[in-house]
Write a protein that binds this ligand. Structure first.
Ligand code: FRU
Length: 500
């Protein structure tokens, strides 16, 4: 793509262009109701997720003037409760020599009453070679944000390419540390640690010593934290090949966990890499520790380098709902934060036993809803749900009890999304039981599915027609009990007029 088009600044757009973009977005049938989404243009990674000054602050990567990955800004939203979000406008604007080609991903930490935002400045030299700088901007209590004039780190250490980005900062008593995504000169991915006592002067410490020495060509958006006594490294590796039901998307995101990271040697004794999500659209998640001491994660409900049906509507992508992380039997469990119950509106329920049949229930349908559905005493080959169903359209969730296999099928979900990566995603559940619980959050163009209270999660965009609102429950070859609770969900994000 034409470089000038790609790196256009928001202030280079005419009022006519902006109003025609806004109009396109307004007319889009796939605007979400309760997910954070861009007022226009393209959003990607969540950034700077923090609790500061009595509020949650969530920033994200944003290119305002198109639905491609152009010049990246940080956009700011805030919330008192992780449910209702207020758009606050641009937080970090690219423009200094060291971030002229984008204010890339990063994180936030509170120090001396200010929210310090660390990010990667993306620059280019005369030969158009990429250059990465680690930078800082500081937010005051009144919400004003000032970038520091100079980068904190102005070079990439020996042994790494300029694919060196996405600092995630944390505090260990007297020291600050950040982990950053890196590519070694031999084109393999790694996570690197820096240390500081004041957030301003940083010392390169080295790589986190993992067992994954040849695991993709780049690790994006790493995040290190400790939870229930375990060390956890989340990251988004690029370049993994599919293995059975795993690694089916263009890029993946997952974690390794084990004994806490040794801060001196950077040794990390960990188990296998586990995918965080088994659906189609989940990437670059970021966590924060909130004022209730909970580890909360938000991800980008999208992936780089593939097109989506809203691209022609002037906007692309959204963030996931905030999820609380805990451990169960050595695996990370994700659950929607309980605050989300505040979105619940009109309720409907059903209880039944199904025998090799398909059934619907009065009031149990919709386009933006939460549903908890439990199949019990399963004596059938397959149980499942069809939702956002209408003429010729449906999204199908299937559980094959013999194989303990859950499948999400979006082949008939509506407008097509790149087919190169298939239209089904499956996973095997870790534990044997004769019941299954599906907790679904369905928005106008997405589904988030939490299975058995978060032991597996599927996150996906779907693009059905506005009137595809039926929900059907099915049991094949046998019988199963069924319990359903469903709530319509209300609007949760304010597109403050002029907030770009
Ligand atoms: C991940 C990513 C990051 C980078 C940002 C740029 O999606 O590529 O590594 O900082 O997006 O928008």
């Amino acid at each position: 793509m034409d470089r000038e088009l790609k790196y256009r600044r928001l202030d280079q757009a005419s009022p006519e262009e902006l109003s025609s973009l806004r109009k396109k977005v307004r007319l889009s049938e796939w605007r979400q109701k309760f997910h954070v989404q861009p007022v226009m243009g393209l959003m990607n990674d969540p950034n700077g997720f923090s609790y500061y000054n009595g509020e949650y602050h969530l920033f994200y990567q944003w290119f305002p003037l198109g639905t491609f990955h152009g010049l990246k800004y940080w956009y700011h939203t805030s919330s008192k409760d992780l449910v209702f979000w207020q758009n606050q406008g641009i937080a970090i604007e690219p423009g200094h020599p060291h971030d002229a080609y984008g204010a890339y991903s990063g994180s936030g930490i509170v120090k001396d009453g200010k929210l310090c935002l660390m990010y990667t400045g993306n620059a280019r030299d005369e030969e158009w070679n990429r250059q990465s700088y680690q930078c800082m901007a500081v937010m005051d209590r009144d919400g004003s944000i000032t970038k520091l004039d100079k980068p904190l780190i102005d070079h990439v250490p020996d042994g790494y390419t300029e694919h060196f980005r996405d600092p995630k900062v944390w505090q260990d008593k007297d020291k600050y540390r950040f982990v950053i995504g890196a590519q070694r000169v031999d084109q393999t991915g790694a996570a690197v640690v820096y240390e500081s006592s004041d957030l301003l002067v940083w010392e390169f410490k080295g790589e986190i010593q993992t067992r994954l020495q040849h695991f993709g060509y780049m690790w994006e958006c790493p995040d290190y934290f400790e939870l229930e006594g375990q060390g956890v490294l989340l990251f988004s590796p690029q370049g993994l090949l599919p293995v059975d039901d795993h690694f089916r998307n263009i890029y993946q995101s997952g974690y390794i966990s084990g004994k806490p990271l040794n801060r001196d040697t950077l040794e990390f004794d960990h188990g296998p890499f586990c995918e965080l999500d088994r659906g189609f659209d989940f990437y670059a998640p970021q966590t924060m520790l909130d004022e209730k001491d909970r580890r909360i994660m938000v991800g980008w409900m999208g992936l780089p380098d593939i097109g989506y049906p809203t691209d022609s509507h002037g906007w692309a992508h959204c963030l996931t709902l905030p999820r609380m992380l805990t451990f169960r039997e050595g695996r990370l469990i994700q659950q929607p934060v309980p605050e989300l119950r505040a979105l619940r509106d009109h309720a409907a329920e059903a209880a039944d036993t199904l025998h090799s049949e398909v059934k619907s229930y009065e009031g149990v349908q919709g386009t933006a809803f939460e549903m908890i559905c439990e199949f019990q005493a399963i004596e059938a080959d397959v149980v499942g749900i069809e939702f956002r169903a209408g003429e010729g359209e449906r999204t199908v969730l299937r559980y094959e009890s013999g194989q303990r296999k859950v499948t999400l099928d979006r082949s008939s979900s509506g407008a097509a999304i790149v087919s190169d990566y298939g239209a089904e995603r499956s996973c095997m559940l870790p534990t044997e039981r004769n019941s299954i619980k599906f907790h679904l959050f369905v928005d106008i163009s997405s589904v988030e599915l939490f299975i058995n209270d978060g032991e597996e999660v599927f996150t996906s965009r779907i693009f059905p027609k506005w009137n595809s609102r039926n929900i059907r429950f099915f049991v094949q070859n046998g019988s199963a009990g069924l319990k359903v609770e469903k709530w319509d969900l209300t609007e949760a994000v304010k597109d403050k007029e002029g907030a770009e």
